[in-house]
Design a protein around this ligand. Structure first.
Ligand SMILES: Cc1cc2nc3c(=O)[nH]c(=O)nc-3n(C[C@H](O)[C@H](O)[C@H](O)COP(=O)(O)OP(=O)(O)OC[C@H]3O[C@@H](n4cnc5c(N)ncnc54)[C@H](O)[C@@H]3O)c2cc1C
Length: 340
């Protein structure tokens, strides 16, 4: 089955007047939800403040023209529906298995990690989001600031005061702290979202002239300000080069959260050298602050929804962390909206 049909055909197609749905956030959860409901015949509009789809499934261009996956590094697929979708994407070349050597790095000492199927988007992680967004009504560059009652519907307004239209059902598919103000019309849901915590992550995109000599392409780092490093160029379909992504640990990232990107890049490159047990010199190193990177821990609910009010929220902080958890949360909320 083509990947596009896996979600489009998930629910029976409805006819007759259906509620208009607005989805705030074009990350994995919002796009999965929008895809399922659009396939079922609902009129769905997605709004995102970014320039393209993906959210934390993100790919950045480097100065020499290559790319970095500076958010999600890879994903696993365990639940049957997600596996079906991922297998269809693999057949279509949107996703490939990453056969990089994964292990643990502790001050120069290397040990292998447990075997696992690890998937990545091709040629970058955001390829998955682009495939999901294809054919949907998505507007970028629109940061929703207010969701307010207007008769029986909800009116969405941007941070610049622009009227973003009316919807009968509004979904905040954004990290929990960003969902809180958007759920003001449903105080019980806002309180639940307000109780979810996401840890931050400083990510550094580093390019090296020489191959970094280590028998690993991805490593969980111990005893270090870093928690993860990956040779981005070892992933399938990437432009050649020696590009690495370095992730600060949640504790270290939180302690240095308000420092500047210029301060953080050299610190984490130095930490990389210490983890390897030798100095390394990057020819390019750019840091990015993810203020809300990973739920810690997620709420134990697939998604939030008030059917009477027509307000809901989904994301990795609901059902389970990570890309697959975000996907499942979006699909779960789509089912609830369709049942409403
Ligand atoms: C550094 C890092 C490493 C990670 N590593 C992995 C990994 O290896 N494997 C894995 O499975 N997962 C990983 N994750 C987690 C994974 O990326 C997330 O679980 C998943 O992508 C979350 O999807 P989402 O739809 O819930 O939210 P997001 O991807 O955050 O999407 C939310 C979207 O909402 C938009 N938005 C926010 N507020 C507004 C607003 N007011 N108006 C309009 N738009 C708005 C944002 O621009 C964004 O596009 C990592 C995350 C980070 C940051």
């Amino acid at each position: 089955m083509p990947a596009s049909r896996v979600l489009d055909d998930l629910l029976p197609r409805r006819s007759g007047p259906l509620p208009r749905v607005a989805v705030i956030g074009a990350g994995m959860s919002g796009l999965a939800l929008a895809r399922v409901l659009t396939g079922a015949g609902f009129g769905v509009r997605v709004l995102d403040k970014g320039r393209g789809p993906g959210g934390r499934l993100s790919t950045r261009r480097s100065a020499e023209g290559g790319t970095f996956d500076h958010g999600a590094q890879y994903f696993t697929a365990r639940e049957p529906l997600f596996r079906t979708l991922v297998e269809a994407w693999v057949a279509e070349g949107v996703v490939a298995e990453w056969h990089g050597r994964i292990g643990t790095l502790t001050r120069g000492a290397v040990s292998p990690a447990k075997e696992s199927e690890r998937y990545v988007g091709v040629p970058g992680m955001n390829a998955v989001a682009k495939a999901l967004a294809d054919g949907l009504d998505v507007r970028f560059g629109a940061r929703v600031e207010r969701v307010e009652r207007d008769g029986r519907a909800w009116r969405l307004t941007s941070e610049t005061g622009e009227d973003l239209g009316l919807a009968d059902v509004v979904v905040a598919a954004v990290p929990a702290p960003q969902a809180v103000p958007l759920l003001a019309g449903a105080p019980a849901l806002a309180a639940q979202a307000g109780s979810a915590r996401l840890s931050p992550c400083w990510a550094v995109m580093a390019r090296f002239e020489e191959t970094v000599a280590v028998e690993l392409d991805g490593a969980f780092v111990e005893d270090s300000p870093l928690s993860w490093v990956a040779r981005d160029t070892s992933k399938p379909g990437r432009a050649p080069g020696e590009r690495w992504v370095l992730h600060g640990s949640p504790e270290y990232s939180a302690a240095h959260l308000e420092e500047t990107a210029e301060e953080m890049a050299p610190k984490l490159v130095e930490a990389f050298g210490k983890a390897l047990g030798r100095d390394v010199r990057a020819v390019e190193a750019v840091a990015h602050r993810w203020r809300f990177a990973m739920p810690s821990p997620p709420l134990e609910t697939p998604a939030l929804f008030d059917p009477a009010l027509g307000l809901g929220a989904c994301g990795d902080w609901c059902a389970g962390p990570r890309v697959e958890g975000a996907f499942l949360s979006g699909v779960a909320l789509a089912r609830r909206i369709a049942e409403r």
